[in-house]
Design a binder for this molecule. Structure first.
Ligand SMILES: NC(=O)c1ccc[n+]([C@@H]2O[C@H](COP(=O)([O-])OP(=O)(O)OC[C@H]3O[C@@H](n4cnc5c(N)ncnc54)[C@H](OP(=O)(O)O)[C@@H]3O)[C@@H](O)[C@H]2O)c1
Length: 326
């Protein structure tokens, strides 16, 4: 297959999670992918093995396993774990994988942090993400930090499913307030680009926002596309845990048009168009297009029932896995 890029040996940590579709894209682009997991016997690992990935054991809490996993690797891609391991776990995990990559002589680390990471954030989650980023910047290793905003796929998180099943489009903030969102397909597309083009991406921190619909507009879109009516309504945050309540308060109090007033900013329309073109090219090598992801495009890319993510773009997400609206 003619190629415009160098084939690399890439370690994907978090391969069984929501960004696991990156494994498929990299394999399709001819890279050798080591998919890291704590449970090589899981069904998610079996899927990655079937797709052509080499499954390697690794635990962010076990530095020796990370040293082994990172050995002989050109590029490491890693995600955070705060939603599972809480902020103190994410800090430990992020520092461990970054240190292991640097010690192994990996030439490029692409790390998925999050928009909002800042030393003075009111949320412990975002303060910790900033600390991990600082650690990465301090290491003698090229790095790219991806900082996506709120995932579009959060719509199918477990706490939203009862509302969706009842014909309600649940919103974490007031329904007429725009909320910047990133489609996982765009994050994966950008991660693949960064991995292939370290000269362009090293040293950069890239905020990723795909669209900024209100819940009212998004509900109309989903209704049009599925043929079922969804009425927008703000979630009752009082029934959620303190971490989610704080996150939703932050989303509401930090409107999108103020979020990126500083140097961190969402991709401009032209940049997004470029990203989507590149992502589509990545897909065309494999006949598995990575769809562009404005809210309507994203919604259209999902099955009619709006139930599960497409595997090639969204990985095998635990939060998504129960997303049956029937
Ligand atoms: N949700 C959002 O709106 C949002 C917004 C911006 C940024 N982000 C960021 O996006 C990333 C993905 O988040 P997510 O919550 O959706 O993750 P996720 O898909 O639930 O994935 C969790 C992954 O982490 C791995 N993992 C967990 N603990 C581990 C450990 N101790 N050692 C090694 N691997 C471990 C799991 O692998 P195994 O279980 O197979 O070991 C799994 O593949 C995170 O960095 C998150 O902060 C999320």
């Amino acid at each position: 297959m003619p190629t415009d890029h160098v084939h690399k040996r890439v370690l994907v940590a978090g391969a069984t999670g929501r960004l696991g579709g990156l494994v498929d894209v990299l394999l399709a682009r001819g890279h050798m992918v080591h998919a890291m997991t704590r449970d090589p016997a899981s069904s998610a690992a079996a899927r990655l093995r079937d797709a052509g990935g080499e499954i390697v054991f690794g635990d962010f809490d076990d530095p020796a396993s990370l040293a082994t996993a990172a050995s002989g690797i050109d590029t490491v891609f890693a995600t955070g774990t705060a939603h599972r391991a809480r902020p103190d776990g994410e800090l430990r995990h992020g520092r461990n994988i970054a240190a292991a990559a640097a010690a192994a002589g990996v030439s490029h680390l692409v790390y998925c942090s999050g928009d909002g990471a800042a030393p003075d954030s009111p949320l412990p989650l975002f303060r910790v993400k900033h600390q991990v980023e600082e650690q990465i910047r301090s290491l003698p290793m090229a790095h790219t930090i991806l900082a996506p905003v709120y995932f579009m796929e959060n719509l199918f998180n477990p706490w939203n499913l009862p509302a969706l099943r009842a014909g309600v489009f649940p919103s974490p903030i007031p329904v007429d307030m725009p909320i910047q969102q990133a489609a996982i397909a765009d994050i994966i597309g950008l991660a693949a680009l960064a991995i292939e083009r370290p000269d362009e991406f090293a040293g950069k921190r890239i905020t990723i926002a795909s669209d900024e619909p209100t819940a009212t507009r998004a509900a109309d879109t989903l209704s049009d596309i599925t043929g079922r009516t969804f009425a927008p309504d703000q979630l009752d945050a009082s029934v959620l845990g303190p971490g989610l309540r704080a996150l939703f308060r932050w989303l509401e109090q930090t409107p999108h048009n103020r979020r990126h007033a500083g140097p961190a900013r969402p991709l401009r329309r032209a940049e997004l168009a470029h990203l989507r073109k590149m992502a589509a090219l990545a897909g065309s090598a494999t006949q598995k297009p990575v769809p562009a992801a404005s809210m309507p495009t994203w919604a259209r890319a999902r099955p009619q029932s709006g139930t599960r993510p497409r595997r090639a773009t969204c990985g095998s997400s635990q939060p998504d896995s129960g997303g049956n609206l029937e």
